[in-house]
Design a protein around this ligand. Structure first.
Ligand code: GDG
Length: 470
């Protein structure tokens, strides 16, 4: 469509929302969380949701429409080689570890970055083909850090926002990334960069301040080669009402435990950032120091495998199995297995009921953008007799959830002490802590998050041209 026609059409119709994420849901109404929130926003505003298609022999230009009722969905194409290099390679073996402060796990290959740039470029071309001037473009996550820059280079002047779901790396982490010096340029192509926490915003500030083309403005925004953009925190939430309802209504799965046996619960994708080995060792330290005649708690860890094609994920799986085996070997009895480790995916209703049954949740990542499990656990509790959340300082959720029992997952003694405290906490203290956590989880829920972010993006003033470098 020519620009003049596109402009004329835009005057008749209010702008659409174009969301780009790694995956698009296949269900007509997706279950729970982020995908449901985006689904709702698209339902309200109308628009298009774009995600990666199934890898094939050769990548094609443009978008393929996916049948959908309420709003449009489309996929961009990926070749199998690009899947290996763009997705498993640069996205998940470079950006993911780096942004979780694990530069030691990086596998840096130039060809992976080339594939990442090529995919970002192809998506930019595809969006440029179909975007109308007043469409708002909302990019999700680290798979598309260069996408906005590529779109600007193609002349797109739309409002473009990014939300990064994972932590923002420290300036020293970025030194390990060959493309590190380009990060400010990538970010500056957006109008609004949304991060999870204030801590992430501070880390981003550190990187932007070091870039000679970037200048902090008096209003808190940034100026990059004459164009203004904002970097702000928007802590993501959950659909608390829905999760609480599920937790109260669903039957608790059979656990072969007596009804009053203390249950500690962990639920995480199997990922090295989630601190599972440290958690097992921390629980081991608790078992070591507990009185032999005291209660015998069971720690149930649900950790469905993810990204199995990346070697760091195979390593963590083996390490975790060894840790569980050795702790159970040391402490188990004929009628008691201290750690139960389930690698199977558990249905959401069953999970919600387990959260409600648990006396203690262990949410102890070493680095995490937010961590929705912490919020789900709080939403699932019975306010009259709530369980205790043990939360790591390194979860993004820590900023909003200081009423949890905060732990340092690297310090096994501190971890053991927190478990002991949680298992012996008075009803009054549990209620107080829970009430304070609950208020935030229900107020700043997922609908609040989408609304706040999109309101901010829609208020961005009209596009200003990038000024060429002097
Ligand atoms: C990224 C960031 C940020 C887990 N096992 C099962 C299952 N789950 C569900 C949980 C929760 C979700 O998966 C995991 O959410 P997280 O927030 O922990 O993490 P990531 O997948 O790493 O997501 C993270 C998030 O984006 C949102 O911005 O919070 O920091 O890394 O909902 O309940 N669900 C079911 N069965 C399982 O076995 N049904």
């Amino acid at each position: 469509m020519r620009q003049a026609e596109a402009d004329a059409e835009a005057q008749e119709k209010p702008g659409r929302l174009i969301v780009i994420s790694n995956r698009i849901p296949t269900d007509e109404v997706p279950a729970g969380g982020l995908v449901y929130a985006i689904h709702e926003a698209l339902n309200d505003i109308g628009g298009l949701w774009i995600g990666a298609g199934t890898p094939s022999d050769e990548a094609q230009e443009g978008l393929t429409e996916v049948k959908s009722e309420a709003y449009d969905k489309a996929t961009f194409s990926l070749s199998r080689t690009e899947y290996d290099r763009y997705y498993l390679g640069y996205s998940n073996s470079v950006l993911w570890p780096l942004f979780h402060h694990r530069a030691d796990l990086l596998s840096v290959y130039e060809r992976d970055f080339e594939a990442y740039r090529e995919v970002n470029r192809r998506v930019a071309r595809a969006v440029a083909e179909i975007a109308r001037p007043d469409d708002m473009i909302w990019i999700q996550d680290y798979h598309f850090l260069m996408l906005a820059r590529e779109m600007r280079d193609l002349g797109l002047k739309n409002r473009i926002g990014l939300f990064l779901h994972i932590p923002f790396p420290n300036a020293s982490d970025i030194l390990a990334l060959p493309q590190g010096p380009q990060i400010a340029n990538w970010l500056a192509a957006h109008d609004l960069v949304g991060l999870q926490t204030q801590r992430d915003v501070a880390a981003a500030r550190e990187t932007l301040r070091r870039d000679p083309d970037c200048e902090a403005m008096g209003n808190g925004n940034w100026l990059f080669r004459g164009r203004e953009f904002a970097v702000l925190s928007f802590p993501i939430g959950i659909d608390a009402e829905e999760f609480a309802r599920k937790a109260a209504e669903s039957p608790v799965p059979e656990l072969q435990l007596s009804p009053d046996a203390p249950l500690l619960l962990g639920v995480d994708r199997l990922d090295y950032s989630k601190g599972l080995v440290h958690r097992f060792r921390g629980f081991g330290a608790y078992l070591e120091q507990r009185s032999q005649h005291g209660t015998r708690p069971t720690f149930l860890q649900i950790a469905p495998v993810s990204r199995e094609d990346v070697s760091a994920y195979q390593d963590i799986r083996e390490e975790l199995e060894r840790a569980a085996g050795s702790i159970n070997g040391a402490y188990a009895d004929l009628d008691w297995t201290p750690i139960r480790y389930v690698r199977r995916h558990v249905a959401r209703e069953r999970l919600a009921a387990l959260f409600r049954r648990a006396n203690v949740a262990l949410v102890t990542p070493l680095a995490d953008g937010m961590n929705l499990v912490a919020k789900e656990f709080v939403a699932a509790q019975n306010p009259d007799d709530p369980g205790v959340l043990i939360l790591s300082h390194f979860a993004g959720a820590a900023e909003q959830m200081q009423a949890a029992l905060m732990v340092n997952p690297f310090d096994h003694g501190n971890f053991a002490h927190a478990i002991d405290r949680a298992l012996h906490m008075s009803l009054a203290e549990r209620q107080d802590r829970h009430a304070s956590l609950r208020e935030n989880v229900f107020k700043q829920d997922i609908a609040w998050w989408t609304r706040t972010y999109l309101n901010r993006l829609s208020r961005v003033p009209a596009y200003q041209e990038d000024r060429p470098r002097d």
